[in-house]
Design a protein around this ligand. Structure first.
Ligand code: NAD
Ligand code: ZN
Ligand code: ZN
Length: 393
């Protein structure tokens, strides 16, 4: 079969690889009909190379048709149409019983000390072949699937694998009071969807990004926007001006670690992260660096006593937190990968012909799988108005 494989920094290819087979009686094999590229794939494309092996199959947002089931699979049959959550979970361990599917103790990757195994996400998460391919082996298939009805196109359901539950959890974790206000940092697929969900739930939403097409896309759906470029990366003052000087009740950080320019800029950001705000800003100015990691903006923007919800992925000690400011402002902080199946019952009623969240035309590009290298490039460089790309094997 054909599959999108990792070959090095900014080097993905479409290779011919062996078809997957049933390895455990709890497996199923699906024929993939649609499979998305995610901001998380860009971390593998850019900075997480050390955890990758040449030839690893990428992708964790697939859906398709069940073609084969192992002898122990009882809830799926050949021909079923399913979306595959990005995490693999058993559905019956201590953590799964609490709907903490990203912490599943059955699939937990003990070698690296991480949580539940993920599709297509490097050695860190269990080296499980990913779903940007013609076929996918789904371990623990009885629980690791979301059945969807025949009829509507793949676009209606494919975001259940990641974007919808991630954005939904981001907004839930943000703990916005009724009728309250929410800043969403980053208007990539996750932030864009989180902004839509926040607005749908009746919150005042302010979206922040620096890509004109992404700001425009949010505005077209009635979201207030702030252009990062117009404010030297420091949006705190702008958001305070819009909110009686306080900042918003909650902030969703849907950015995570982006590539941060020069090593000097990165080092300056790290030092600034150790300083209280009042010292960090002049320090950054002196260093000639105009942007901090989004999480620092989140700490700046949230009102005192408010909540920050991180869905953007950060890595290790490279991102020291401004603890003094966080403690003084009495900020609540919640984070983590989305426990996909926890949110499906809340989201499914919104995936109707009325399409309140605009999923049907959420994708900006739908391309054949063979064009994956081009698709990764335009998505990373934010070219051609690319926000969400679906690949069709
Ligand atoms: P993306 O890379 O397309 O979106 C990031 C956006 O942030 C871009 O539009 C970029 O212009 C903008 N941005 C960069 N710096 C900014 C700043 N300082 N302030 C405001 N905006 C800024 O990716 P995506 O697919 O939307 O994913 C976003 C993040 O969510 C990634 O880190 C991804 O790994 C993470 N993610 C987490 C989960 C989860 O389960 N928690 C699931 C999926 C994705
Ligand atoms: Zn994803
Ligand atoms: Zn489990």
């Amino acid at each position: 079969m054909r599959a999108v494989t990792w070959h090095g920094k900014r080097d993905v290819r479409v290779d011919n690889v062996p078809d997957p087979t049933i390895q455990d009686p709890t497996d199923a094999i699906i024929e993939v009909t649609s499979t998305n590229i995610c901001g998380s794939d860009l971390h593998l494309y850019e900075v997480l190379g050390p955890f990758m092996n040449v030839g690893d199959i990428l992708g964790h947002e697939p859906m398709g048709i069940v073609r084969e089931v192992g002898s122990a699979v009882s809830t799926l049959a050949v021909g079923d149409r399913i979306v595959v959550p990005f995490q693999i979970s058993c559905g019956s361990c201590f953590m799964c019983d609490q709907s903490l599917y990203t912490q599943c103790e059955t699939t937990q990757v003990r070698e690296t000390g991480m949580g539940a195994a993920l599709f297509g996400y490097s050695e860190l998460y269990g080296s499980v072949p990913g779903g940007q391919a013609q076929y996918l082996r789904v371990p623990h298939a009885d629980f690791t699937h979301i059945k969807v009805p025949e009829g509507p196109s793949d676009e209606r359901f494919v975001y259940l694998s990641d974007v919808l539950p991630t954005a939904w959890q981001a907004v839930q974790y943000a703990g916005v009071p009724e009728g309250g206000s929410l800043t969403v940092l980053g208007l990539g697929p996750i932030g864009d969807m989180a902004a839509r969900i926040g607005a749908h739930l009746g919150y005042r939403v302010i979206g922040v990004d620096r890509v004109p097409e992404r700001l425009e896309r949010a505005r077209a759906r009635g979201i207030e926007t702030v252009d990062l470029r117009a404010h030297g990366g420091q949006v705190g003052d702008v958001v305070r001006e819009l909110t009686d000087g306080r900042g918003t009740d909650s902030v969703v950080d849907a950015v995570g670690m982006e590539a941060h320019g020069s090593p000097v800029a990165k080092a300056a950001q790290q030092v600034a992260g150790l300083l209280p705000d009042a010292l960090a800003k002049p320090f950054m100015e002196k260093a000639g660096v105009d942007r901090l990691d989004a999480v620092y903006s989140a700490v700046d923007i949230v009102r005192r006593g408010g909540t920050i919800s991180l869905s953007g992925v950060y890595g290790g000690a490279a991102d020291p937190m401004p603890m003094m400011t966080m403690f003084d402002k009495q900020i609540q902080l919640r984070m983590g990968q989305a426990n996909v199946k926890k949110w499906v019952d809340d989201i499914m009623p919104l995936l109707t012909d009325d399409d309140p969240l605009g999923v049907d035309d959420f994708a900006t590009h739908t391309l054949p799988l063979t064009q994956a290298p081009h698709a990764y490039e335009i998505f990373q460089k934010k070219q051609d108005g690319a926000v969400k790309v679906i690949l069709r094997p």
